[in-house]
Design a protein around this ligand. Structure first.
Ligand code: C2E
Ligand code: MG
Ligand code: MG
Ligand code: MG
Length: 280
């Protein structure tokens, strides 16, 4: 872009950039109001056990029903929410809503399966995070084992010592932990063995290549072996084809999520699917 001198001060011209700045500012203002206006909701993607084909849980994924933009995916607004700090109240809402939904399912006599919530880096650094989760669980009178937290390696590696302390708090509470997008970060195996996690979620990028690319297949096989040797569950993310599923079964992966079985669903649709129980 060009800078023009006008009476001693520089003005920057970049119409397309101005538009982006405007859009971001507008989005930030919208984001600030979204919680009060109850525009957020959670969709639930089934987790399926490979051995039985049964749904054994779900991952809660955040959605923003924007009045003008329609359904906005988290990739679009979570970075902005992180930057502005709005992720803290939003993240707290997510944990509270997961607990509220579990309670609604239980009250309705529907199957109540464990649900995983994604954490953000900023949220994970809060010292009262586990305490917040404990309060929500107690408020709804739920077993802590019904809640799982998904963390990423990069969140942990910023300050491994503090992270392990927070993870311990969750484990002491009875909440389970998963390492999300596993294989894309850079935690050493030496750290990994010290993380009190219950499962490794193999990143979708390896799964999508595994059926055709021997090196991606080797990565998947290795992650499954590492998980099992550390006594952890191996969960595959983003399974889209029958071939990928066959490959995962072949290498002994424990469970999977993906469009092949189901997209993330509104709570009522997930409950209906979970009621049928068995995967096709
Ligand atoms: P993630 O936790 O790794 O979630 C998996 C993403 O992959 C989800 O995208 C899901 O819809 C998508 N997915 C699942 N199966 C398939 C498949 O078979 N094929 C393809 N192509 N995609 C599949 P989504 O919902 O857009 O979420 C993106 C990311 O946003 C999540 O990645 C997570 O990092 C973040 N996120 C979602 N909800 C929350 C939340 O409540 N809090 C925070 N902090 N982050 C969230
Ligand atoms: Mg996740
Ligand atoms: Mg993931
Ligand atoms: Mg991912």
């Amino acid at each position: 872009y060009r800078a023009k001198e006008e009476g001693g001060c520089f003005r920057f011209y970049a119409p397309e950039m101005n538009l982006r700045v405007m859009e971001t500012l507008e989005m930030e203002a919208d984001l600030r109001r979204a919680l009060e206006r109850e525009e957020f909701c959670l969709h639930y993607q089934p987790k399926v056990a490979l051995a039985t084909g049964k749904i054994y849980g779900a991952e809660a994924l955040l959605r923003w029903r924007h009045p003008e933009r329609g359904m906005v995916a988290p990739g679009t607004f979570i970075p902005l929410a992180e930057e502005t700090g709005l992720i803290l109240p939003i993240g707290e809402w997510v944990i509270g809503e997961v607990c509220a939904q579990l309670r609604r399912w239980r009250d309705a006599g529907l199957p109540v399966l464990p649900v995983a919530a994604n954490l953000s880096a900023r949220q994970f650094r809060r010292e009262d995070l586990a305490e917040t989760a404990r309060c929500f669980l107690r408020e709804r009178d739920l077993e802590p084992g019904l809640l799982e937290m998904e963390l990423t390696e990069s969140m942990i590696m910023r300050d491994p010592q503090a992270a392990v302390a927070t993870m311990r708090q969750f484990k002491d509470l009875g909440v389970t932990l998963a390492l999300d997008d596993f294989g894309t970060g850079y935690s050493s195996l030496n750290y990994l063995r010290r993380f009190p996690v219950d499962s490794l979620k193999i990143d979708r990028s390896f799964i999508s290549d595994a059926a055709d690319d021997p090196s991606a297949a080797a990565v998947v096989t290795s992650i499954v072996a590492i998980a099992h040797s550390l006594g952890l569950q191996a969960v595959a993310e983003g399974v889209e084809t029958r071939r990928q599923l066959d490959f995962l079964r072949h290498c002994g992966c424990d469970s999977f999520q993906g469009f092949y079985f189901s997209r993330p669903l509104p709570a009522a649709d997930f409950a209906a699917l979970a009621r049928q129980g068995i995967a096709g």
